[in-house]
Write a protein that binds this ligand. Structure first.
Ligand SMILES: *[C@@H]1O[C@H](CO)[C@@H](O)[C@H](O)[C@H]1NC(C)=O
Ligand SMILES: *[C@@H]1O[C@H](CO)[C@@H](O)[C@H](O)[C@H]1NC(C)=O
Length: 444
């Protein structure tokens, strides 16, 4: 079943919703580039390369290697005309079998989709009616942080497939960044999707963007005109970069913070050290007004947040430190801290045994198989930005197990999602670079 769907994904001409992990396409293309154009008959016909692997015509659909000139117009996803191809059904099938992975990774965004050069910075949330919303920065020209970077989303209904790429916030030459979604319930039990982002990636003390919020009342299909909420921010945090995380709402009946929605944010990008001012901020009136915490520290950034039921719904932050070089073995791969009532409860602490190349990871808090409270962590464990693992903690994030390996190649930013009866992870991955695509896998 898994192989069948991988084959369909690799060779189907249908767009977007059915991309396979890029490594399989790359393996098949590589085979084609090396094994077909060598043939004298193709050379005699002046066929061009590099050849690409597709399942397509002429006649009955078969797995073949095609010269680009034989494929249809702009998207090159189907045979159009010409005789510069070689049929390699059995060989390509066999290669793809070897490419099969233990865990299926659905490609949600990949370089080239909707003519954008790159997609980065995953964020994902599930709506109460079971739709997954996967957000990304759609970087038009290249993978760089600075450029025309839009905020986009794809939506997958329960039991469905990933839908079209929808524009959430179109940047006019600006580098919009860090989409942080939250599900916000009102007192009557209705819910909306709230999204925070900023309008300038990597702000500095002299150049800052704005903090924005937009709402969706239809489960992520359409979005309100974004509002600039920068005003409440302390000066050092104006234009700060939220997360990347989700926002979380305290839904504990009778709790002093019932209804409160938390986000977190950092400003500055202090070179080799994580640096920059870090705050949490929250709303007690469903996003109408916001309040910022005291500065939480500056030797970490890019925190993911979760509410801990085992700790009176205090807020756990799990953050990048840029100190996690395994060679240094400094034991500070990722920083954590707790907020109670909006204030720091104790010093930052560093879970033992973690590795991290200086990269965004994520946490989620939920019930484990036995009904116990667990905190899951996703991050690239290295060397460098590679090897995405999802680990479990049964002591509120103080220690983690070795977890499961989701992807053994290049991998970078990631975000977990609690799907109720499953846990998913949405992350950057590729065959040669982690910025080739963004994939989704069910990990538990
Ligand atoms: C981003 O690029 C623009 C246009 O080239 C430039 O004016 C701006 O200074 C850059 N911003 C940063 C943060 O580097
Ligand atoms: C639980 O948290 C709330 C909000 O921070 C606080 O007001 C309350 O005192 C706490 N309860 C306990 C038992 O710690």
């Amino acid at each position: 079943m898994k192989l069948a769907s991988a084959l369909v994904a690799l060779f189907s001409a249908s767009p977007a919703s059915s991309y396979s992990p890029p490594s399989c396409q790359a393996v098949a293309d590589d085979y084609c580039a090396k094994n077909c154009l060598d043939s004298a008959s193709l050379q005699a016909r002046s066929c061009d390369g590099p050849m690409v692997a597709l399942e397509s015509g002429p006649g009955e659909s078969k797995r073949r290697c095609y010269s680009p000139s034989t494929l249809s117009g702009g998207d090159a996803t189907a045979y159009e005309a010409g005789d510069c191809y070689c049929t390699r059904d059995a060989e390509l099938s066999s290669l793809l079998k070897q490419c099969e992975r233990d865990m299926e990774i659905e490609t949600v965004f990949a370089a080239g989709m909707d003519n954008a050069a790159c997609y980065r910075i995953p964020s994902i949330i599930m709506t109460p009616d079971g739709a997954l919303l996967a957000f990304a920065e759609q970087r038009e020209k290249d993978c760089g942080d600075n450029g025309t970077n839009n905020i986009v989303v794809r939506r997958k209904e329960k039991g469905g497939v990933w839908g079209e790429i929808r524009m959430v916030a179109k940047a006019d030459g600006q580098a919009y960044s860090n989409a942080n979604p939250a599900i916000v319930y009102d007192a009557a039990g209705g819910w909306s999707v709230l999204l925070h982002y900023d309008t300038m990636n990597n702000p500095s003390s002299s150049r800052v963007g704005a903090n924005m919020q937009t709402w969706s009342e239809d489960g992520g299909k359409t979005w309100s005109e974004a509002a600039d909420i920068t005003g409440f921010m302390p000066d050092a945090s104006k234009g700060c970069m939220p997360g990347p995380s989700i926002g979380v709402q305290n839904n504990v009946p009778g709790h002093a913070e019932e209804g409160r929605v938390y986000f977190n944010c950092h400003s500055g990008n202090a070179g080799g050290n994580a640096g920059g001012n870090h705050i949490a901020y929250w709303s007690d009136d469903l996003g109408a007004t916001w309040e910022a915490s005291e500065p939480l520290g500056s030797n970490f950034n890019e925190c993911s947040i979760a509410l801990l039921p085992s700790s009176n719904s205090s807020l756990l932050l799990n953050c990048r430190t840029n100190a996690g070089d395994p060679d240094l073995d400094d034991g500070k791969a990722r920083a954590e801290m707790l907020l109670e009532g909006g204030s720091l409860a104790g010093d930052a602490f560093y879970p033992a045994g973690l590795d991290d190349p200086g990269c965004a990871g994520s946490i989620v808090s939920r019930k484990g198989a036995e009904g116990e409270d667990v905190v899951l962590l996703s991050n690239a464990v290295g060397p460098g930005r590679s090897n995405l693992r999802v680990k479990t903690s049964v002591d509120s994030g103080r220690t983690f197990d070795d977890g499961v390996l989701v992807w053994d190649g290049p991998a970078a930013y990631s975000m977990l999602v609690d799907g109720g009866d499953f846990v998913g992870v949405f992350f950057e991955l590729g065959a040669d670079s982690p910025y080739e695509s963004m994939g989704f896998a069910v990990v538990a």
